[in-house]
Design a protein around this ligand. Structure first.
Ligand code: AMP
Ligand code: GLY
Length: 424
């Protein structure tokens, strides 16, 4: 049973369905894409008890949790208490994402490289500290804020406004009771996501996410408008360095704090001219990174999930393809603001057969038509022997899919192609 209903979860279901060990898959709540390969259950990912009932009722052998909110609520502890095998970190372990202050304290205590920064619980102290900082600074709300809790400010005025918004106007509610004020880092950003059983850390292929809504990184932040893997600026030596200086130390640090970290650990990294630093940890697979990463996984995902749960990841042989993968998100008009739902999606069957379409905000109508049902509607994914080929596949097909007001970025993985071209 996979919990969640976005593009990440459709990708997980697609990959899990390839395992010869799997007979039947349920998704809660899923979407129109998962409905084709699994049975959707009309249950909310935070309705932990109802999910537990459904899992007992259907004799589920393995639960995989996609989103952070149920993890932060302790869904893994709950399934553990029911004796149902579940993939994901416990509530205590999920603090690495659910509290940025927890993550920062951990990094400082155990020497994991992160930007210079300071935690504040008192507004006057935070305000006084701001007066002494050079712009730009980054202001972060402690708790979960649907990916919106980080504000990059380019002047003192903007910084004070952000601080007021978070600590006084409480725009993120209790998530803003504590803030972190970080130095602003300039560099290249990437996501390195790893499987871990609390002892062994096995990184996936790295990926880059595009957070802004418009081309050339303009406009407001979104959940992610596209992704590609692997970024050429992050070769095997850097993956090893990140594993040894960030991912493994984080898992060991958690163990030293008495917390076994099992599941997926996602490090948001910044490679500056001089250093490799951690911007954030997430306690789950990335979205949309998963859509560009799992198509490159050659190993049976279920074997890996079970190895993590059983604590023998060191025995698992995990293989990745050396191909390239590009995923471009198609979004509803108005997203990341308000948008309409229920618009028919056309052309899904016209896309070349070697592409993957991972659904997110989609819904199957009674008439068999697929309708939009969210801001990020789907991710179109192409895999190729190199980035140019993968990218070309997506962009030569994407206009075949259409719904009223649909939009997507035209520059996903473009900088990677430019980098390769400038070398040759
Ligand atoms: P986070 O949720 O901490 O990853 O922050 C969201 C986004 O804000 C990151 O993906 C970065 O693009 C940006 N960001 C966070 N911290 C910093 C920093 N110290 N310097 C520059 N950009 C940052
Ligand atoms: N793509 C960013 C995230 O999953 O948090």
């Amino acid at each position: 049973m996979v919990i969640g209903g976005g593009g990440r979860e459709h990708t997980l279901v697609w990959k899990i369905a390839q395992s010869p060990k799997v007979k039947e898959i349920f998704v809660a709540p899923g979407n129109a894409g998962t409905a084709r390969i699994a049975e959707n259950l009309d249950l909310h990912p935070t309705d932990v008890e109802a999910l537990g009932e459904a899992a007992k009722d259907k004799s589920i052998d393995l639960v995989v949790v996609g989103p952070e909110i149920p993890l932060a609520l302790g869904i893994v502890d709950y399934f553990d208490s029911l004796g149902i095998p579940v993939f994901g970190p416990s509530k205590a372990a999920a603090q690495i994402e659910s509290s940025k202050v927890f993550a920062r304290n951990l990094m400082e205590k155990y020497g994991i490289p992160c930007p210079e920064g300071k935690v504040f619980t008192s507004y006057p102290e935070a305000r006084e500290y701001l007066e002494r900082q050079q712009s730009p600074v980054v202001i972060k709300a402690d708790g979960l804020a649907a990916g919106k809790g980080v504000i990059i400010t380019s002047s003192r005025q903007e910084a004070i406004k952000a601080l007021n918004d978070i600590m006084k106007a409480k725009i993120f509610g209790s998530a803003g009771e504590r803030v972190i004020i970080d130095e602003y880092l300039n560099g290249r950003e990437l996501s390195l996501i790893a499987f871990t059983d609390g002892r062994t850390v096995s990184p996936m292929v790295p990926a880059c996410d595009y957070k802004k809504i418009w081309d050339n990184d303009k406009g407001p932040n979104t959940g992610g408008m596209g992704s590609y893997s692997p970024p050429g600026f992050f070769p095997a030596e850097l993956i090893e360095k990140a594993t040894n200086t960030i991912l493994l130390p984080a898992v060991r640090a958690m163990a030293s704090e008495g917390i076994t970290y099992k599941g997926v650990l996602y490090a948001g990294l910044m490679l500056t001219d001089r250093e490799l630093l951690t911007l954030e940890f997430n306690c789950r697979f990335g979205d949309p990174e998963t859509q560009a990463v799992l198509p490159l996984l050659k190993t049976d995902l279920v074997d890996i999930l079970l190895a993590v749960i059983q604590g023998n990841l060191d025995q698992a042989k995990i293989e990745w393809s050396s191909e390239a993968c590009v995923g471009v998100v198609m979004a509803s008009a108005g997203y990341p603001g308000s948008y309409k739902k229920g618009l028919p999606i056309k052309g899904l069957n016209e896309v070349d057969k070697d592409l993957l379409i991972f659904h997110a905000g989609t819904k199957l109508g009674d008439d068999g038509t697929i309708y939009t049902n969210g801001g990020r509607v789907l991710t179109l994914v192409g895999t190729g022997k190199n980035m140019a080929e993968a990218r070309e596949k997506v962009y030569s097909n994407i206009s075949k899919i259409y719904f009223d007001g649909c939009h997507y970025r035209k520059d996903i993985a473009l900088r990677e192609i430019k980098r390769i071209n400038s070398k040759s």
